[in-house]
Design a protein around this ligand. Sequence first.
Ligand code: NI
Length: 157
Amino acid sequence: MAIRNIRKIGDSILNKRSKEITEMTPKIKTLIQDMIDTMYDAYGVGLAAPQVGILKRLIVIDVSEDGDSPIILINPEILETDGEQVGEEGCLSVPGKSGVVKRPNYAKVKALNENMEEITVEGTELLARALCHEIDHLNGELYVDKVIGELHSNTEE
Ligand code: NI
């Protein structure tokens, strides 16, 4: 188990576009495991590779209550969205803050799994929000630029 350092807002790597993954390698396998460990360690529901300083199109998400069902998505692409939801969002790269962001209420995503097999993932509500948020990271976008109104500080800060 290895916890990686999470890059914080202001680090220019978070504004860069990540590159596609063309083959599975031992290095990427380790990166996937470290990203899952890092996400759980930080009590996050998702993490994108650029957040640990790696500009590759790889995200991990777990919105389950038990936090034991990680979804691994390589080169994810949004195929379809529907509806909208307006709600609070935060990011491990923007500690102690949250803000209201409008997202689709449904998203269907095509990606490769850790065996480089094509999969599709569909989600509503929190999962749809997490899919959109994490895929934005791969395009160098942070939710803070989509916040409606003000970014606020969380009470524990
Ligand atoms: Ni984030």
